[in-house]
Ligand binder design. Structure first.
Ligand SMILES: NC(=O)c1ccc[n+]([C@@H]2O[C@H](COP(=O)([O-])OP(=O)(O)OC[C@H]3O[C@@H](n4cnc5c(N)ncnc54)[C@H](OP(=O)(O)O)[C@@H]3O)[C@@H](O)[C@H]2O)c1
Length: 339
């Protein structure tokens, strides 16, 4: 049943910048919302709904999912399906929804990696869970060294031809393999719309490995995940580990990363942000968005207040050379400590 109360804000497109995704007709919001954590079965639906509505009301029209987001596996997609049924269905054509397959999902040989068998079955399951006829982007979630690249890419091509996804994307591919994938897809008139990888002040791998340049030259958009290094690049851990935080769960963000050196450097970054009149999260997001090769950044959030704070990154203050150098020094210190 649709929610009689929800009507999206009429001003939802007024503040958000939209950036062209590679050489395509698609514009993506500078900030996208990811449903990896905090949208699964453990979070009350009313809180999830408040976050999704707040995001959409402020122009965040791209929601990023994967088959195994939750926890538990599949439950973020199920929650998204409830959101569609509850209140978002009338806005389907205003939403850009992605999902993925490539990591562990179900037992046995067909529930992981990059076979055609896995990708095809997984997307069918995802569409059912999400209450959707199609997704906007379907990603191969990671490179599979054991499956011929052609098999994985042909599955993406066929999925697009079947109309189950409008565009194809890849995530976490080594640069030479991403180049091969881009070529394969382009030769079949299904150009790769998006390349997704972790990129933030601390983790510079996509820039250093040439992914950003490769995507830019190929006309493929780049979308950064974990732009806040799972919450480390925020004020969340500056004074201890809050009981309701991701780090307290000690799963994907380990408590062991929070050494004295890291904490000191995070405090240093926070001081720069404060001087600029921004939150650390806002500065970290803006640091990414100042690069025109970055189409969008996918934030995670556990509350409406965090989304509100992150939207302030869009106040687009430029960096001085001194600020960039200072950020660089703290970033190097954090990386050298082993993160
Ligand atoms: N392709 C891939 O392999 C891959 C891998 C990982 C993620 N992703 C995608 O990227 C999305 C984002 O990843 P992520 O969740 O790691 O992103 P992130 O934005 O780096 O971290 C999100 C976490 O940071 C904290 N946070 C966010 N804003 C805050 C603020 N303003 N102040 C204080 N704390 C704040 C929250 O932690 P608390 O929960 O502790 O409050 C939140 O859950 C995922 O949802 C998924 O869609 C893709």
């Amino acid at each position: 049943m649709t929610d009689p109360v929800y009507a999206a804000s009429e001003s939802r497109y007024e503040q958000m910048p939209y950036r062209r995704c590679g050489r395509s007709g698609v514009l993506l919001p500078a900030l996208s919302l990811g449903l990896w954590h905090n949208f699964g079965s453990f979070k009350p639906f009313q809180e999830i709904k408040a976050m999704a509505h707040y995001a959409f009301d402020h122009g965040i029209c791209h929601f990023d999912l994967a088959n195994n987001y939750g926890p538990a596996y599949g439950t973020a997609e199920e929650t998204f399906g409830h959101l569609m049924a509850d209140s978002l269905k009338p806005y389907r054509d205003e939403l850009f929804i992605s999902t993925k397959a490539g990591w562990d999902m179900w037992p046995g040989p067909y529930g992981n990696w990059g076979s055609r068998k896995y990708l095809m079955a997984s997307l069918d399951q995802s569409l059912k869970r999400m209450n959707l006829d199609y997704v906007d982007v379907f990603y191969s979630h990671r490179y599979d060294p054991a499956t011929p690249l052609e098999e994985t890419m042909q599955a993406l091509v066929d999925i697009v031809r079947q109309g189950k996804a409008l565009y194809a994307g890849i995530s976490r591919y080594p640069t030479p393999k991403a180049a091969e994938a881009f070529r394969y897809l382009a030769e079949r008139d299904v150009p790769c719309l998006l390349y997704q990888d972790r990129y933030n002040i601390i983790d510079r791998a996509p820039a250093e490995a040439g992914q950003l340049d490769l995507g830019w030259q190929n006309g493929t958009g780049f979308i950064s995940f974990s732009p806040l290094q799972q919450g480390l690049l925020t004020n969340r851990y500056l004074n201890g580990i809050p009981a309701d935080s991701r780090m307290a769960r000690n799963t994907s963000l380990k408590q062991s990363v929070l050494t004295e050196t890291v904490l000191e450097s995070l405090r240093g970054l926070d001081a720069i942000a404060q001087r600029r009149g921004q939150s650390l999260a806002g500065m970290a997001l803006f640091w990414l968005l100042r690069d025109e090769r970055v189409t969008s950044v996918i934030i995670g959030a556990s509350s409406v207040a965090q989304i509100e704070d992150n939207l302030k990154a869009l106040d687009f203050l430029s960096f001085s050379e001194e600020e960039l150098q200072e950020i660089e020094q703290f970033s190097v210190r954090i990386r050298e400590s082993g993160i």
